[in-house]
Design a protein around this ligand. Structure first.
Ligand code: BG6
Length: 474
């Protein structure tokens, strides 16, 4: 492993910061999502309604605990820390002429504190937290006007932090908006609530196009602010395996992969793959796309590919295979993979899939990769003040081993590895607290009770050893 490999942890502003209405912050889409569970979906309410519980309002209050938290990251030896800038702290409604200075100041303090410990900030510009105002007044990313709002926000923060932040990413898990049957994905990716009877896929492609143009503009203009910036995209990396050696299963797995990778294709190559253009023509989709848009796409190619990796999918083109009937993905070709176990939340555990997909991405795109999310959501039990999360250690160990094989044996270039939810965050899909990911435990329950005190889990010392040995002591 290279000496400058970026070991660290990752979170997103809305899942940890809290302070949802402090210092001029506006209402974000995460602020109107209630708490759910694995079996009870989070509700998206019409604004903030009385008597509903919104777990992200308080998060884990990193807004006020950031010094203490960063000190703990430093103690683990973090080389980098990935978080996002909450758009609504900077532009509370999203369409203001001037940014909110108090919001900008918060991130100045946060980045200064990280840099004091030589921890490199890695910043996502859009991580499921766009201004709710833009949803209500513009229909989210249905609207072309969103391009300018997002570019303005992005360039404002890039300008402001040009000497503090080098690594940027535009849209978190941009490809998950392809999951059309679960409303949470269109809402969090794009601020879109589908209307009865409309063609969801066509709307999705339109929103994605505007985001891809916005991303390309940010890449092109961001490089002018600081030519040293490394600006990447961010992909939810989920391999699709064929259930059997039946050729139609192979073809189905490939087409499911292509559906996900189209976003990265555009980010990396600066143009649409022919497959998608054909699809639009065959299905009669009318996508608003100008010559100028296409010129931007060609100009704004990303420097690296950020990715999250949690699980793999298995797909079947026949009636064979046990259907997952997946609440989350709602896709009827998904079947259980008999060769891999699952977490309590039904996510498959497949470390080898990480090596497989790193190779696939590296071969397809020939760009550096950055694993900006990988982690294990589980219930942690506190016994005599201690948390023995050996299950988390073993999940992370197995994934790091496969990542190292990809790097050292297969020659894949990986810039770094940040463990998702390094300090217990609010779960994105369920809004729960008890689906924990961290090395640092937060005393907070699903209903919001608890002192918010921080304590170290067993994995804290394990990861400290991993970083200190640059991945040797696993
Ligand atoms: C990714 C997101 O989808 O997975 C994170 O980028 C999210 O925001 C993470 O938290 C894990 O998902 P969950 O639902 O277990 O929190």
């Amino acid at each position: 492993m290279k000496a400058d490999f970026l070991w660290g942890g990752a979170v997103a502003a809305h899942q940890v910061e809290g302070g949802w209405n402090q210092d001029g912050k506006g209402l974000s889409i995460a602020d109107v999502m209630t708490a759910g569970t694995k079996d009870r979906p989070r509700q998206i309410t019409d604004g903030v309604v009385q008597d509903a519980f919104y777990p992200n309002h308080e998060g884990i209050d990193l807004y006020h605990h950031y010094q203490e938290d960063i000190q703990l990251f430093a103690e683990m030896g973090f080389k980098c820390f990935r978080t996002s800038i909450a758009w609504t702290r900077i532009f509370p409604q999203g369409n203001e002429a001037e940014p909110n200075e108090a919001g900008l100041l918060f991130y100045d303090k946060l980045f200064d504190e990280l840099l004091r410990y030589n921890i490199e900030p890695v910043i996502t510009l859009s991580h499921f937290e766009m201004p709710y105002y833009l949803v209500k007044h513009y229909g989210g990313w249905r609207s072309r006007e969103l391009i300018d709002f997002f570019v303005k926000f992005s360039l404002t923060v890039m300008e402001r932090y040009r000497h503090k932040v080098k690594y940027w990413m535009t849209f978190n898990e941009i490809n998950n908006q392809r999951i059309l049957n679960n409303p949470i994905y269109s809402f969090t990716n794009s601020g879109i609530v589908y209307e009865e009877g409309e063609n969801k896929e066509e709307v999705m492609y339109q929103a994605a196009h505007y985001q891809l143009v916005a991303s390309a503009k940010v890449v092109a203009e961001g490089h002018k602010i600081n030519p040293d910036f490394q600006i990447g995209c961010m992909l939810a990396a989920t391999p699709n395996y064929p259930y059997s050696s039946r050729p139609t299963d192979q073809l189905l797995a490939q087409s499911e992969d292509e559906k996900q990778l189209f976003f990265t294709d555009v980010h990396v190559r600066g143009r649409y793959p022919q497959r998608v253009l054909n699809e639009w023509q065959i299905k009669g989709y009318q996508i608003d796309q100008t010559e100028e848009d296409l010129a931007w796409l060609a100009q704004g190619k990303v420097d690296y590919i950020g990715l999250s990796y949690y699980l793999s999918n298995t797909v079947s083109s026949s009636t064979e295979g046990e259907r997952l009937g997946d609440e989350l993905l709602g896709d009827d070709v998904l079947v259980e993979n008999p060769h891999v176990p699952s977490t309590e939340w039904g996510w498959s555990i497949d470390p080898v899939g990480l090596r497989y997909y790193l190779n696939l991405l590296a071969n397809r795109y020939e760009l550096p990769l950055f694993i900006v999310e990988n982690g294990f959501g589980a219930v942690d039990v506190v016994t005599n003040g201690q948390i023995k999360d050996d299950y988390r250690i073993s999940y992370l160990r197995e994934h790091i081993i496969e990542m190292k094989k990809a790097i050292e044996l297969d020659g894949v270039e990986v810039l770094g590895y940040t463990v998702w939810g390094c300090i217990d965050p609010i779960s994105f899909t369920t809004g729960e607290m008890k689906k924990r990911y961290g090395f640092i435990y937060i005393d907070r329950e699903n209903d919001g009770s608890g002192s918010l005190a921080r304590s170290k889990k067993q994995s804290f010392w394990w990861y400290q050893g991993v970083i200190a040995s640059n991945g040797e002591n696993l």
